[in-house]
Design a binder for this molecule. Structure first.
Ligand SMILES: [Zn+2]
Length: 97
């Protein structure tokens, strides 16, 4: 099988393309970032944390958080009553909530 080289969308390194647009290292980093956010928003009191609070708590970059939201791995909902957004992890997550 012919191997295709690609630029990692995150770090720009050249790697052998797989199913993802990221190299192996960045995939792992992203996974651990996601895990940090996921653990944080699982706590009931974090459900209405602002993006800034999630950033402060998890030290994950704003862009990465927004990327997860865009990929629908994380969801934010704006609640009218509290005028704040709430977080939800995606159903695709394997472990039970
Ligand atoms: Zn990379």
């Amino acid at each position: 099988m012919e191997e295709k080289l690609s630029n990692c969308r995150r770090c720009g390194r050249i790697f052998v393309q797989n199913m993802h647009p990221l190299c192996q290292q960045c995939l792992q980093e992203e996974e651990s970032e996601y895990r940090k956010i996921y653990d944080f928003i699982r706590k009931r009191k974090s459900r209405e944390a602002s993006v800034a609070e999630v950033m402060a708590e998890t030290s994950v970059a704003h862009d990465s958080i927004m990327k997860f939201v865009k990929e629908e791995r994380l969801r934010t909902r704006v609640s009218d009553r509290h005028k704040s957004q709430t977080w939800d992890s995606c159903k695709r997550e394997k472990s039970s909530i």
